[in-house]
Design a protein around this ligand. Structure first.
Ligand SMILES: CC(C)(COP(=O)(O)OP(=O)(O)OC[C@H]1O[C@@H](n2cnc3c(N)ncnc32)[C@H](O)[C@@H]1OP(=O)(O)O)[C@@H](O)C(=O)NCCC(=O)NCCS
Length: 308
């Protein structure tokens, strides 16, 4: 079996492969009517159209095309990519061809330049993609209106990691991360950052707080919430061993996307003036410095200092 780039003359065979696979494999998880609607779109012209803006590969054995898959930019972005059209002929499934196709796609330049790779996954493909290291996008394990799961894989310096929602079960790992980092430790207070305080925050903001994890290890976090008008970011932190790999930037993107979904148009964060790394980071993320405001606050609890 060889995996090579699609040539124009392959388009009819690829179209046929996709249609056969949908009719035999995907139909077990979807209605026959929906699959026939999908089949109608999978023409050779559609294959070539997709290949015009992606890198489209085919798996070939004994002169027959038995698998395919493509990778291209995610909505035109240069640092995010998406996998498409991954199909293995039903007669050749379970022999490692799907894995070989995904591994080929992950070596393509569209994968190498991406910090995040997304897959719109069918119900049928879900267990396979999970095995290939893809997780539910932003921890959302629900099927969308197109009847697909959105999966993703984050990669940096050859390392894979996941971004998922924070839950209160993460408390100990989060507290360890914050308290082992000087710039985070100085922002902690015994009431808001107690288990109860964080549980209260997560209860109010269940869909906008994200953790970066590698296996079971907590490597980064961002707490984000809103009051129905403004978004606010707290306690962003990346473990020192994993800095300058773009992880905080990915956490901020996930938080911004989640806020937008909740109708929030503007977001802010507070940064100690002498925290050079964080100020450089926020500048890079497009967070401008407001110099026409004074930050005024008042403690409502005698055990929490107002600050200087
Ligand atoms: C601030 C912090 C979260 C950044 O995390 P990170 O994962 O290293 O950041 P990223 O890799 O996503 O950085 C993205 C960009 O931000 C800028 N940046 C990040 N850290 C920087 C630093 N130390 N100096 C200058 N620029 C920096 C860079 O432009 C970087 O891109 P580049 O590496 O391609 O140049 C991390 O330094 C940290 O945890 N600090 C301690 C806790 C803290 O201060 N939190 C902020 C509270 S407001």
């Amino acid at each position: 079996m060889v995996i090579r780039r699609l040539m124009e003359q392959d388009a009819p065979a690829v179209s046929e492969l996709i249609i056969t696979t949908i009719r035999i494999s995907n139909v077990g998880d979807y209605s026959a009517e929906l699959m026939e609607e999908l089949v109608k779109t999978q023409t050779p012209e559609h294959v070539l159209q997709r290949a015009s803006w992606t890198h489209f590969y085919v798996a070939e054995e004994a002169g027959a095309i038995i698998g395919c898959g493509a990778i291209g930019p995610y909505w035109g972005k240069e640092d995010e990519s998406s996998l498409f059209s991954i199909f293995v002929h039903p007669d050749h499934q379970g022999k490692g061809i799907g894995r070989a196709i995904v591994e080929t796609l992950e070596k393509d330049e569209y994968a190498l330049r991406a910090r995040r790779i997304e897959i719109p996954a069918s119900i049928t493909g879900l267990p396979f993609y999970r095995k290939m290291g893809y997780s539910f996008k932003n921890g959302n394990a629900e099927i969308d209106e197109e009847q697909l799961y959105r999966l993703e894989k984050y990669r940096s310096n050859g390392m894979n990691y996941t971004i998922r929602k924070v839950t209160i079960e993460d408390y100990d790992a989060l507290f360890d991360l914050w308290s082992s980092t000087e710039q985070s430790r100085r922002a902690l207070n015994p009431v808001d950052d107690s288990r109860e305080g964080i549980a209260r925050y997560l209860k109010r903001n269940p869909d906008t707080c994200f953790a970066a994890v590698q296996g079971d290890r907590m490597i980064g976090v961002i707490l984000t919430g809103h009051d129905g008008r403004r978004g606010m970011i707290h306690h962003m932190c990346v473990h020192p061993d994993f800095r300058r790999m773009g992880i905080a930037a990915c956490l901020v993107s996930a938080a911004e996307e989640a806020l937008k979904k909740e109708g929030i148009q503007k977001v802010f964060g507070l940064v100690f003036i002498d925290n050079e790394a964080a100020n450089a980071f926020w500048e890079k993320q497009g967070y401008s410095l407001r110099t026409n405001l004074n930050y005024r606050n008042k403690s409502l609890n005698a055990s929490i200092p107002t600050g200087e």
